[in-house]
Design a protein around this ligand. Structure first.
Ligand SMILES: [Zn+2]
Ligand SMILES: [Zn+2]
Length: 322
């Protein structure tokens, strides 16, 4: 499924099986998670390096040369030489290439990936359930770490990432407060089932002061809302790659050593850490599956909040040459 230009629907296309370059693996895709970032690339809010482009950066695939099942995340290549790469912050590499954005991704039967950026997947997760771990899980994990040891944790937007973070946070003994679109009672009930201590409308006041909040929804107006919900010394983490403009707010909302920060991308270390942690919690993902040809429907349903948990595109096995 290819994106010909920003703003147009994905097109079903017959492409040649990609040729792996030096250090790359040829992978046969089983499933690929759908992420809000795919919508930002589709809409042109995150700029892709080329078109036509294959989206998708939560790839569960097999390397037929070795028989190994691997995961391919958003971070697809880094320079390895810059100050950020050399100090354990490869997520900030200015020359980084991202899967499904700079590199063709996983809404396809085959893809190629740099062998250094293929992650080992935990056993015990079927392909469908493993896919959302690779971005929703990894970015959520990084965002949760940035929230520090907050005991009362707010999650703004309860989609694929929050549904995983909620389980990890509850497992760690934190109390989770889930803020959803106004009136989205299904999402609020879903959050409670996953261990949230409280769930309600994002427009409503928090029932008690929070220690930290993670904003997953791409809505800038939620940033001052979250800052007002955290107490002195609290942290607000913006976990999305793109957000609408943040309205101005009084300095008093930041005063008291509140911290406002973003989380950008992931490192391979985040990947290894989280993929070890997930089966220990254990994280259980809720997925809605779409066959590859319906990837655009998955994106539309994600945009309109019509699904619970994560959307995953599945790729049926097709005989080579068939
Ligand atoms: Zn993503
Ligand atoms: Zn670099």
């Amino acid at each position: 499924m290819v994106l010909d230009a920003p703003g147009v629907p994905l097109r079903h296309a017959d492409l040649p099986v990609p040729e792996p370059g030096p250090g790359q693996r040829l992978l046969r895709v089983h499933a690929c998670g759908v992420c809000r970032t795919d919508l930002h690339v589709l809409d042109g809010e995150v700029r892709a390096s080329h078109h036509p482009l294959v989206l998708g950066h939560q790839i569960v695939a097999t390397d037929d040369a070795t028989g190994e099942r691997v995961g391919v995340p958003w971070l697809g290549w880094t320079c390895g030489r810059c100050r950020h790469c050399r100090s354990g912050r490869e997520n900030l590499c200015a020359d980084a290439r991202f899967t499904g954005c700079d590199l063709d991704g996983g809404f396809a039967e085959h893809t190629v990936a740099d062998e250094r950026f293929c992650l080992p997947l935990p056993e015990g997760y079927p392909d469908l359930d493993a896919a959302p771990l690779l971005c929703a899980g990894l970015i959520g994990h990084r965002a949760l770490r940035m929230a520090g040891d907050a005991e009362r944790l707010g999650l703004y937007g309860f989609g694929a990432a929050a549904h995983i973070v909620c389980q990890v946070a509850a497992h760690e003994g934190r109390r989770v407060f889930a803020f959803t679109r106004a009136g989205d009672e299904d999402a609020q009930a879903f959050a409670r089932r996953l261990g949230a201590a409280w769930a309600g409308d994002a427009t409503a006041a928090a029932p008690e002061e929070l220690d930290a909040a993670i904003v997953f929804a791409p809505v800038g107006a939620l940033v001052p809302t979250a800052l007002r919900a955290v107490g002195r010394g609290g942290t607000v983490v913006c976990a999305g790659i793109h957000m609408s403009d943040i309205p101005s707010f009084p300095y008093a909302d930041l005063w008291g050593e509140r911290t406002l920060r973003s989380v950008a991308n992931l490192t391979r270390r985040d990947g290894e850490e989280f993929l070890r942690l997930a089966p220990a919690v254990p994280v259980r993902t809720t997925v809605t599956a779409y066959p590859l040809e319906r990837a655009q429907d998955a994106l539309d349903d994600l945009r309109h909040g019509r699904l619970e948990g994560a959307a995953v595109v599945t790729v049926a096995a097709r005989r080579r040459g068939a």
